[in-house]
Design a protein around this ligand. Sequence first.
Ligand code: KIV
Ligand code: ZN
Length: 422
Amino acid sequence: MTYSVAHPRLELEHRETMSGRARVRIFDTTLRDGEQAPGFSMTPAEKVRLAEHLERLGADIIEAGFPVSSDGDFEAVRAVAATVKSAVVAGLARAVTGDIDRAWAALQGARRPRIHVFLATSDLHLEHKLRIDRATCLARTREAVAHARSLTPDVEFSAEDATRSDLAFLCDVAATAVEAGATTVNLPDTVGYALPADITRMFTAVRDRVGDGVTLSAHCHNDLGLAVANSIAAVQAGARQVECTINGIGERAGNAALEEFVMALNVRREALPYDTGITTTRLVPTSQALSSIVGVNVAPNKAVVGANAFAHESGIHQDGMLKNELTYEIMRPESVGAAGTRLVLGKHSGMRGLDARCRALGHRLGEVDLERVYRRVTALADRSKTVNDEQLAAIIREEAGGATPATARRTAPAKGREAACR
Ligand code: KIV
Ligand code: ZN
């Protein structure tokens, strides 16, 4: 099925995939909303490096920055626009002419530029932040979008704080933006306040008002840890673009994590008939590239890309994993570009895990009493959290009466790291 849309290039992207599954476009805002988080700012060269990763990953739209915010960010958007080959490059602008012109100037080198205009729509923001009334908000929306549209056919309008806006007024703003030429209307949960049911209600109402000729977009913040769940609810209610960031970075608690949203669609494909253009095997490499560029590590328990996402320490889990990986893993580590499953030796580990680990490292277990090794391993783990390969080798050497462990059958893991057991 093809929806009629104002811009022919977008028409192509609205088509459902051959399988009848709808295509959801990924709008990556790591370089804009992501870098707005304290400690995550990037130089133009760093943004270019990450943009190359994002394009390889398969992001449909890369929001490169907010050009009016600083000369450095203007330069960064310009450099990203000149580098990116096939993705749309977006620049953010408030709903004022000067911002829009600055964004457009920064996007000149982009093969596929997009101006992204935003204006708050909640009474709270209108009265206390912008000090304007609803009529002025409508007029500014119309003028700003029309101005952007006079520069480029690809214009996105965002209703900041949409989820705390009066729904009837939000529908009026969205309809005004579409009439003025917006090809995408984004409904952000700017402060991460909404529940999935609120998101369903909001997207359903706006979609009923503006129809299918415009792309609706979700932009959910994670203040209550609901950003990905809310993004999924938005897609189920008709959104065909999701704004997200690598590692979920962004203002305060961050944005919806790209890797989590994409893998939710992937792992639960029977329940979620939507496809993205993301190459999932690039998820971990892209996450690691961001970490090294900004110098901030990912939490070990971070879904999909954290160091523990495919690590198992407890004896029961290790036993299950050794019998059938499906017992405790819902996706394969290789599918997201992770090195592999790790069975980590710690105080919760059991004999089966120890045995597998020793074998993976190539130790001749006939020479030692595995029970004794196990007791020493758990005693050490009680003191030092986990037991790495060097420590395990030392225990086995001592138990074997000083003999050197046999050469590992597989490539030895890096010093201090646990063995990959698959
Ligand atoms: O969270 C938000 O409302 C935003 C807009 C500028 C899109 O980041
Ligand atoms: Zn945001």
